[in-house]
Design a binder for this molecule. Sequence first.
Ligand code: HEM
Length: 302
Amino acid sequence: MTIKRTIEDGVETFEAQIDGETIQWDRGLTYARHLQTEQLLTSQVPVSDKPDEMLFIIMHQTMELWLKLVLHEVTVVGDAIRADRLHKAEKSLDRVATILRHMIHSWEVLATLSPHDFLTFRGFLRKASGFQSHQYRELEFRLGLKRADLITVHNDDAQKREVLEAALKAPSLYDEILRLLARHGFAIPASVLDRDFSKPYAANDAVEDAWLEIYTHVDDHWPLYSLGEKVTALEYYFQEWRFKHMKTVSRVIGHKPGTGGSSGVSYLVKALDLRFFPELWAMRTRMTAPREGGNYADGCPV
Ligand code: HEM
């Protein structure tokens, strides 16, 4: 095969006819260098000689990569909300929701790991567990679930501890949204706006009232309503991820304790009750059918 060599913008460039196509590449930047595929594809290091461990490793690694992108997009969302650029925040929130749906679906691949397959290498994992995923914990903190105790397992890793402590102390995505509501004139109490962000968020009646007003008079508050629905979708999919994880775990290990030492499935079931945006869920119970401009007959409550 003839390879044509030229210099383009000072870069050694090549061209060849392959399969009827003119294919080009250069020494400026290759696929492998851009995507660091060498590091990526040599990062699967089984601790056993059991064939099913590869699936287990790659499942975790792909989830970690998606978590990295979700964290990145959540930063974009926070910046956009602070700058009152809600259309930009919504674009990234839509992307996050799509990533989460993809992550939920990907549990199906891990579900091909039978209890027997897993037991062939489970003992080699010692106490390693997803509980120690610092990205997952950072995401929980950054969305609004502040639980300082969970940093403990990262005590011997100064860099990870620093990142988690910073996320713990900073306003979460929900704190940013509540500040936005205050900027739009809603009576969000100072005790909410100026709270110690490292402490768990406690649901507040005035915040619930604000969301109820927004969801009752949608046309008057469309941008805030739309943002509320986007973050509700985020939490909805996050919960679905948790549910699929719990179901996959119960399918693979039953009610055995986890490698990380917890009660296993019972611990994961408890996590299904955690909330990032509590008033956005609570407020729905108080909603009533719209009267003005709606097709609802008087005296016919829906
Ligand atoms: C066969 C596969 C899996 C099993 C049996 C399993 C089991 C468990 C168990 C029992 C826990 C509770 C903590 C413990 O005691 O270890 C846990 C936590 C966790 N796992 Fe998995 N897991 C699996 C796959 C995955 C995958 C693919 C991910 C993706 C990153 C993941 C992420 C997590 C996270 C983030 C937690 C902490 C959850 C929380 O604290 O709310 N797990 N896992």
